[in-house]
Write a protein that binds this ligand. Structure first.
Ligand code: C5P
Length: 224
């Protein structure tokens, strides 16, 4: 069967990665979490005290950043490696969530990540989620999805995920972080989050996983 590129963009905590993973499994495609790359770069900048306001500092720091997606031997799911170290858990921490959108506004950071993402698409058969995948990374993708959901539902989903690891986290903290990230992502100068003209909107506020999957599988068939 013909392999295609599927892009999933949208607001924070809409369930993009859950859907993308399921889809990749069902189609035997590779799932790529582009947000993990921005998170890993942010982690590197924090760990190495890189001043991301300085273009020179960012340029020179990025020379030392090597990112890899490595499949977990048990789950088969790709995990983020930064300079040879598995940082999959570290990049999900609140400290990273608080800074990642700022770091993602920097031109050199975007150029660095986008160049690698474009390369990953040369073999097709991929599902990539993020903010600018259908607009900038793969403007010619065969299927583009733009996901959204009510803010209250997104906050609740994200809170449940984070609470498992951190019992001190509050709903208000999560809400503020999601709103701030959405604001920065949608209003930045370079590659802001927006729906590609030819993307299909998927509002999953009231949709369970099975419904979403069957809907999207129909779109995949139409696109192939
Ligand atoms: O997808 P996730 O929520 O992990 O992404 C974290 C952050 O990385 C986003 O809030 C956004 O600032 C940035 N990002 C981006 N472009 C992408 C993917 C993520 O700017 N393609």
């Amino acid at each position: 069967m013909k392999k295609i590129i599927i892009t999933i963009d949208g607001y924070s905590s809409c369930g993009k990665s859950t859907l993308a993973k399921q889809l990749a499994k069902q189609l035997d495609y590779t799932y790529i979490d582009s947000g993990a790359m921005y998170r890993a770069i942010t982690l590197y900048f924090i760990q190495n005290r890189v001043d991301w306001v300085s273009h020179e500092a960012v340029k020179s720091a990025l020379l030392d950043v090597h990112l890899d997606f490595v499949p977990n031997s048990l789950t088969g799911e790709c995990e983020m490696f930064l300079n040879g170290e598995n940082v999959e858990h570290l990049i999900r921490e609140m400290l990273i969530a608080e800074k990642v959108s700022e770091v993602s506004t920097v031109k050199e950071v975007r150029d660095f990540a986008v160049a690698q993402q474009k390369k990953m698409g040369t073999r097709k058969g991929i599902v990539m989620d993020g903010r600018d995948i259908g607009t900038v990374v793969f403007p010619h993708a065969e299927l583009k999805i733009f996901m959204t959901a009510d803010i209250a539902i997104r906050v609740e989903r994200r809170f449940k995920e984070l609470y498992v690891k951190n019992k001190n986290i509050t709903i208000e903290e999560v809400k503020q972080n999601l709103e701030l990230r959405d604001y920065i992502d949608a209003n930045r100068e370079i590659s802001p989050l927006r729906k590609a003209d030819d993307a299909i909107i998927l509002d999953n506020s009231q949709l369970g996983m099975e419904d979403q999957q069957s809907l999207v599988m129909q779109w995949v068939e139409d696109a192939i």
